[in-house]
Design a protein around this ligand. Structure first.
Ligand SMILES: [Zn+2]
Length: 128
């Protein structure tokens, strides 16, 4: 069912460390957790790592982004993260929402609507 392959991170993501740490203040930009927070690039990667296509994420959120195995019960913070003013955080949250495998959740439908993401491309829909 997965629309994208597991995205193993490349070492160059380290180049973004300083900038991402400043932006995130060392917290996961999705759930604000502090567990093993590291940079994560969103596919498709630009040639040079770009903070506008990357975010700081904790151990759990990185594994969700990588494997798409989201625990809906733990995922409510996504309904806040889709309103982030930081574009890559919004995009990461939207992609995780697409991967939550229980569309009967009302909060999920609301959050997905707010995310305005195209399920086929995994990118935002153009706002007309
Ligand atoms: Zn997190």
């Amino acid at each position: 069912m997965k629309r994208r392959k597991s995205t193993k991170q490349r070492p160059q993501v380290g180049l973004l460390g300083k900038e991402l740490t400043r932006r995130s203040r060392g917290r996961c930009e999705l759930c604000l957790g502090r567990d093993d927070v590291r940079g994560f690039e969103l596919a498709p990667w630009p040639e040079k790592p770009d903070a506008e296509r990357a975010l700081m994420a904790c151990h759990r959120c990185r594994s969700w982004l990588q494997d798409g195995a989201i625990e809906p019960i733990e995922a409510h913070f996504l309904s806040t993260a889709v309103y982030s003013t930081t574009t890559p955080v919004r995009l990461a949250a939207a992609r995780l929402l697409l991967d939550v495998d229980s569309p009967e959740n009302p909060w999920l439908a609301t959050a997905l609507h707010a995310a305005n993401i195209d399920p086929d491309t995994g990118e935002f829909r153009d706002s007309a």
